[in-house]
Design a protein around this ligand. Structure first.
Ligand code: ZN
Ligand code: ZN
Length: 127
């Protein structure tokens, strides 16, 4: 049985102008999500970036890797991001994106990633 949709995890609109370095998402509860591409790419949830361990890691990426080529809404639960370097296997579930929000209100003190260093982010849900 399906539970009633949680408005916090319903995406109303995604704004990602070509050449932008930040993507914005309007959530159905009125929240405006802010997603710098370094964060989106760094937390790409695909198995290639995250491996199969239980925790989500932040992976350093280059400027080219942070250029968004295309995005696609998948079903009613996720956004697939296609990056300029050809990487496009990351399926970002709304719940995951909501946890990644970098707006002033949500922004946690982390992630603080050193150069080439992977930072574990155990609070993020696996998708
Ligand atoms: Zn990936
Ligand atoms: Zn936020």
């Amino acid at each position: 049985m399906a539970s009633p949709p949680d408005r916090r995890f319903q995406c109303r609109a995604v704004r990602s102008p070509r050449g932008a370095t930040t993507t914005e998402i309007d959530w159905a509860d009125g929240h405006k999500g802010v997603y710098p591409h370094a964060i989106l790419r760094g937390y790409c949830p695909c198995a290639g970036c995250q491996g199969h361990t239980g925790t989500i890691r932040f992976v350093e990426s280059s400027a080219t890797q942070q250029e968004l080529e295309d995005l696609e809404i998948v079903g009613n639960y996720a956004v697939r991001l296609q990056w300029f370097d050809g990487h496009g296997t990351g399926l970002y579930a709304y719940k995951y994106l909501r946890a990644l929000c970098q707006c002033a209100e949500c922004k946690a003190p982390e992630p603080v990633a050193g150069a080439g260093e992977a930072v574990e982010h155990p609070d993020l849900p696996r998708v």
